[in-house]
Write a new protein. Structure first.
Length: 165
């Protein structure tokens, strides 16, 4: 049992319990997830509400607890093209913790959606208090970004193969 000052709030406990279910955190122990959950918060989106718009400041990453998000990318013609649908367990905005660059796409809730987020500020505090956990998260995000890049490269190769050189 945690001492009273270390007791989790209901929100922190729910966050920890959700993180346990994510493969990104499968190597974390309960104590590490408890520490991480204290640096995260919830966002509620209604259907049609934007999580962020392409070009917005990137200052957090998030995980879908429930609901569905659509990721849209502006084409050369200026139209929004659907590039992904994200459901429970999906992550979004990982690059924001790494490069702090503007958002590279627009994300909108297709239905009411609940997310947990880790802000740049929360991540920086986590790094100060628990650098080991911060390093593990950075390595996990790097792996996730690498997998996404490989998947995107494969899709690009398929599209380019439609128009052989």
């Amino acid at each position: 049992m945690l001492p009273e000052k270390n007791k989790l709030s209901d929100s922190e406990e729910e966050t920890r319990d959700f993180l346990i279910s994510l493969s990104l955190f499968d190597s974390f122990n309960v104590d590490q997830l408890t520490i991480l959950s204290r640096h995260m918060s919830y966002i509620q989106l209604q259907r049609g509400e934007f999580l962020f718009v392409e070009g917005d400041k990137g200052d957090y990453m998030g995980f879908v607890v429930n609901g569905i998000l659509e990721v849209l990318k502006k084409s050369a013609a200026g139209e929004n093209v659907l590039i992904a649908r994200l459901a429970k367990g999906s992550s979004i905005g990982e690059m924001a913790l790494i490069d702090k660059s503007p958002r590279s796409a627009t994300v909108i809730a297709k239905q009411p959606t609940t997310m947990i987020t880790l802000t740049n500020r929360g991540f920086d505090r986590l790094l100060e208090k628990s650098p080991t956990i911060g390093v593990i998260i950075i390595r996990k995000i790097a792996r996730l970004l690498s997998l996404n890049m490989r998947r995107t490269s494969s899709k690009l190769a398929d599209v380019l193969n439609v128009y052989p050189l």
